[in-house]
Design a protein around this ligand. Structure first.
Ligand SMILES: O=P(O)(O)OC[C@@H](O)[C@@H](O)c1c[nH]c2ccccc12
Length: 256
């Protein structure tokens, strides 16, 4: 059975094949900003580490934010107390763009993760060239060898890697990598079903030395407080923040 994730990955492979032949003409980006360090610093200070996502649309929800303004969002997230930004750059399924990442990163001091589907180490270099400070590895999308190669490319460039898992087997595979930044996606990328229990289930299997991030389907402060009871203090939130009128106040309401 072909899932949405299979479709996205097939599109990504043909995109990469076409793009890698074009020379990169962008200016050098500024050095990487510490992505995991920014999350850890917020937690060490007794707060929550929030990765606030800039997300125009998604395959499951369609258009989320019609008046989409990445630099304005970046500034509001930073002013509201987010630790990091996440910017979707996939065009075909998420209506994202590299230019959104460039504009968002230039508008604030926060470290930025490129939220996209890595299938080839070439994309890591491309991500750094647009300024990304971190990349995502989706364990469900890759074999062990490919994950290790993509991670090595990121480490070489001084970038952090958020390793995303959805079940205990994927978590075991994630822990074979070097990165100690693990995200549990509460949304199943094959069915779009969201279940916050995924985070509670998997945090029990995560080693103490990992920075553990709950991702997807979080809608407010009550979700975060409930997770904090289980010592989960880092979160990745997109849709519910993107739908707010006052993004800065909503961000502060989550982490302030
Ligand atoms: O909008 P939400 O439900 O707050 O979710 C954000 C984020 O977790 C989600 O965008 C995401 C998590 N992993 C991904 C992988 C690819 C694309 C998107 C994602």
């Amino acid at each position: 059975m072909s899932t949405i994730l299979d479709k996205i990955l097939a599109t990504k492979r043909s995109e990469v094949a076409a793009r890698r032949t074009a020379p990169v003409t962008r200016p050098e980006p500024s050095p990487p900003r510490g992505f995991k360090a920014a999350l850890d610093a917020k937690v060490a200070a007794g707060g929550f580490g929030l990765i606030a996502e800039i997300k125009k649309a998604s395959p499951s929800k369609g258009l989320i934010r019609p008046d989409f303004d990445p630099p304005a969002h970046a500034r509001a997230y930073a002013a509201g107390g987010a630790a990091c930004l996440s910017v979707l750059t996939d065009q075909e399924y998420f209506q994202g763009h590299e230019d959104y990442l460039i504009a968002a990163r230039a508008a604030c001091d926060l470290p930025v993760i490129r939220k996209d589907f890595m299938v080839d180490p070439w994309q890591v270099a491309e991500s750094r060239s647009i300024g990304a400070d971190a990349i995502l590895i989706i364990v469900a999308a890759l074999e062990d060898g490919a994950m290790a190669e993509i991670e090595a490319a990121a480490i070489e460039l001084g970038m952090d890697v958020l390793v995303e898992v959805h079940d205990a087997d994927e978590l075991a595979r994630a822990l074979k990598l070097k990165s100690r930044l693990i995200g549990v996606n509460n949304r199943n990328l094959k069915t779009f079903e969201v279940d916050l229990q995924k985070t509670y289930e998997l945090v029990r299997h995560a080693p103490r030395d990992c920075t553990f991030v709950a991702e997807s389907g979080l809608t407010g402060r009550a979700d975060l407080d409930a997770m904090a009871e289980h010592d989960i203090r880092c979160f990745l939130i997109g849709e519910s923040l993107m739908r707010q009128d006052d993004v800065e106040a909503a961000t502060r309401g989550l982490v302030g």
